[in-house]
Design a protein around this ligand. Structure first.
Ligand code: FCB
Length: 453
C-alpha cells in the first residue's frame, strides 16, 4: 500500500471516435473509421460510431461525471476530420469550437485537459491520397497539430501526439483488424515510421504554440514473458518484444531501429536488404525529440511460445489464469515489472499511465446497481502495482483509467464494455458502476494524503 503524492495526476481517458457520434454534424468530414465500419464483416456486431455515446451533444453531462469522480485530469482526443474535414487546408471553425468549449468546461470544473491529437480517426481524404503510407500525411499532421495548438494552447498544457503507433501500424496495416484494414507487414513498418516522424516534427510546433506545454507520445506496451526457458521460446520472446515494444521505444529514445528486428524483417521479406527505404535524412533525430513524459497504455502481458501461429508471429499463449472479456490476462505484477524495466533500460524522466482498464459486461441488477467486482479488482490491483513501482523509484506521475464511459470498442463494436460508467445505448443514460465509486474513493483518499488503494 502506497501513499501517492498530492501532485499525482489521477485521470480518466476516452477517444473521439469511440464516444462522440455526430459524425456528420457541424461540418465534420468522414474518417477512415466510418469507411471501415461500412465494410461488411469488419465490426463484430455490425455497428458503427455514428451515434456512439452521443458525447458531442452530452459532453456537459460527461464532464459533470468526471467532476463527481474527482479526477484531476481528463484525456480525450480530437477528431482531425472535425477540425480539418479533408485533412489539410480548410479549417472547420465549428469543430474547433466544440473542443474549445470542452476545454473551458473542464477548466471550469477544475479538471486539467489532456489532448491526444491522433487517436486513429484519420480523415478519409488523406487515406485516399495514401494515408500514413505516404510522406505527405506527415506534413498534414504537423499542420493540423499547429492549428489545434494555436487554438487550444493557451489553456491546454498536456499534449499527446499519437495514441499507440503499434496499433495504427500493425492492426491498421499489418493484420487489417482495424481501419484502414490493409494486410502487409512491410507497409505497416513504413506507416509506423511516418507516424513516429510526425510525432517528432509536431512536438516543437506544439511547444511553440502552447506555452509551458507538457508533451509526449503514448505507446501501448506488452511485456513479453517466455513460456519456458528453452532456446526456442527465448528467441520467440525476443522476436515479439522487438516487434511490439522495442521497434517504438528504441527510436523514441534515440537508439534508432533495433538491429535484430531489422534483420528479422529483412529475413522474412518485410523489408529489403540495405538501408531502410522509408528513412529520410533527419528522421531518426526527429523521432528522438526530447519529450516531457512517456505515456504508456498497459492492459496485459503476453506469454510467448515458439509456435508459428500466423505468418511469422510467434504464438501468444493465453494463460490459464484470470482474464478479462477481451481474453487479456490480468497480471498487475507485470505492470510493476514493466515500469521498473523501462526505468532501468530507457530512463524516461516521467511516465504517465495514459490507459489501463478492463472489459467486463456486468450490467445493472434489478435495483440498477452495477457491481462490477472484476473491474474493481483490476483497478485495485493495477493502481497498487503503480504504487509499488513508485516506491521502487520509478517516476510514474499519473494514472488514467480506460475508460470514462462504455464506448465503441473498435472492431468489437459495443460488445466490449470498458467504462467506469455504464452507457445504455438506447436511451444514452449513464450509470456509474461500482468501480466508478471505488475510483472516486481511491482518488479522494490519495488527495487527502491517505494510503490508497
Ligand atoms: C487501446 C486503445 C483504446 C481502447 C483500449 C481498450 O488500445 O487506445 O482506444 O480501445 O485499447
Amino acid at each position: 500500500m502506497t501513499q501517492f503524492p498530492s501532485s499525482f495526476l489521477w485521470g480518466a481517458a476516452t477517444s473521439s471516435f469511440q464516444i462522440e457520434g455526430a459524425t456528420t454534424t457541424d461540418g465534420r468530414g468522414p474518417s477512415i473509421w466510418e469507411t471501415f465500419c461500412a465494410t461488411p464483416g469488419k465490426i463484430a456486431d455490425g455497428t458503427h460510431g455514428d451515434i456512439a455515446c452521443d458525447h458531442y451533444h452530452l459532453w456537459e453531462k460527461d464532464l459533470d461525471l468526471l467532476a463527481w469522480m474527482g479526477v484531476k485530469s481528463y484525456r480525450f482526443s480530437i477528431a482531425w476530420p472535425r477540425v480539418m474535414p479533408t485533412g489539410r487546408g480548410a479549417v472547420n471553425e465549428a469543430g474547433l469550437a466544440f473542443y474549445s468549449r470542452l476545454v473551458d468546461g473542464l477548466i471550469a470544473r477544475g479538471i486539467e485537459p489532456m489532448v491526444t491529437l491522433y487517436h486513429w480517426d484519420l480523415p478519409q481524404a488523406l487515406e485516399d491520397e495514401g494515408g500514413w503510407r505516404v510522406r505527405s500525411t506527415v506534413e498534414a499532421f504537423v499542420a493540423y497539430a499547429e492549428v489545434v495548438a494555436k487554438r487550444l494552447g493557451d489553456r491546454v498544457k498536456y499534449w499527446v501526439t499519437h495514441n499507440e503507433p503499434w496499433c495504427i501500424a500493425h492492426l491498421g496495416h499489418g493484420t487489417g483488424e482495424q481501419a484502414p484494414g490493409e494486410k502487409n507487414i512491410g507497409v505497416s513498418l513504413r506507416v509506423a515510421h511516418h507516424v513516429m516522424v510526425s510525432h517528432g516534427l509536431a512536438v516543437p510546433v506544439i511547444r511553440a504554440n502552447s506555452p509551458g506545454a507538457i508533451v509526449g507520445i503514448v505507446l501501448n506496451l506488452c511485456p513479453a514473458h517466455p513460456a519456458s526457458q528453452s532456446a526456442a521460446d527465448l528467441e520467440a520472446t525476443r522476436w515479439f518484444d522487438g516487434f511490439f515494444n522495442r521497434w517504438y521505444l528504441d527510436p523514441i529514445f534515440g537508439r534508432g531501429y533495433p538491429a535484430d528486428k531489422v534483420a528479422d524483417y529483412q529475413r522474412e521479406g518485410a523489408l529489403p536488404e540495405g538501408p531502410l527505404p522509408f528513412v529520410e535524412p533527419g528522421d531518426m533525430e526527429a523521432m528522438a525529440v526530447p519529450t516531457d513524459f512517456l505515456g504508456i497504455n498497459y492492459y496485459s502481458r503476453a506469454i510467448i511460445r515458439d509456435d508459428k501461429a500466423e505468418g511469422n508471429l510467434p504464438a501468444v499463449v493465453q494463460s490459464t489464469g484470470v482474464a478479462t472479456e477481451m481474453g487479456w490476462e490480468v497480471v498487475p505484477e507485470a505492470l510493476e515489472k514493466l515500469l521498473i524495466d523501462l526505468r532501468d533500460e530507457y530512463g524516461p524522466k516521467s511516465i504517465l499511465i495514459t490507459e489501463n482498464g478492463a472489459a467486463y459486461g456486468t450490467a445493472p441488477d434489478g435495483a440498477g446497481v452495477i457491481d462490477d467486482v472484476e473491474r474493481q479488482a483490476y483497478f485495485r490491483g493495477h493502481i497498487a502495482a503503480v504504487g509499488r513501482a513508485r516506491d521502487a523509484g520509478v517516476p510514474v506521475d499519473g494514472y488514467f483509467a480506460w475508460s470514462l464511459l462504455d464506448n465503441f470498442e473498435w472492431a468489437f463494436g459495443y460488445e466490449k464494455r470498458f467504462g467506469l460508467i455504464w452507457v445504455d445505448y438506447e436511451t444514452q443514460e449513464r450509470i456509474p458502476k461500482q468501480s466508478a465509486h471505488l475510483y472516486r474513493d481511491i482518488i479522494a483518499k490519495a488527495v487527502a494524503g491517505e494510503v490508497a488503494p
